[in-house]
Design a protein around this ligand. Sequence first.
Ligand SMILES: [Zn+2]
Length: 86
Amino acid sequence: MNNLQIENINEFSASAAMYWIQFADHTRNQILSTVWCGRCCEEVRITAYSGALRSGDLLLVGKCSICRNDVAKTIDLQHSDSKLLG
Ligand SMILES: [Zn+2]
């Protein structure tokens, strides 16, 4: 799986995709590769993920690329825009 994650944009809600596509490629890659897996007890890459907006946050839900455990990551859009977009 070395395809660009943007190809999975159809798994995002329209509103979530609006935010997601504003992130730079390396930022998206960093987000996707630093998802905590409770089973692996380390940061892993998320696969088969989808995105949605929840309470102003961008929520990614998917599977751990190593053990296939369910994992999720929340991106605080209110407070991390400058950091993520800068
Ligand atoms: Zn795992």
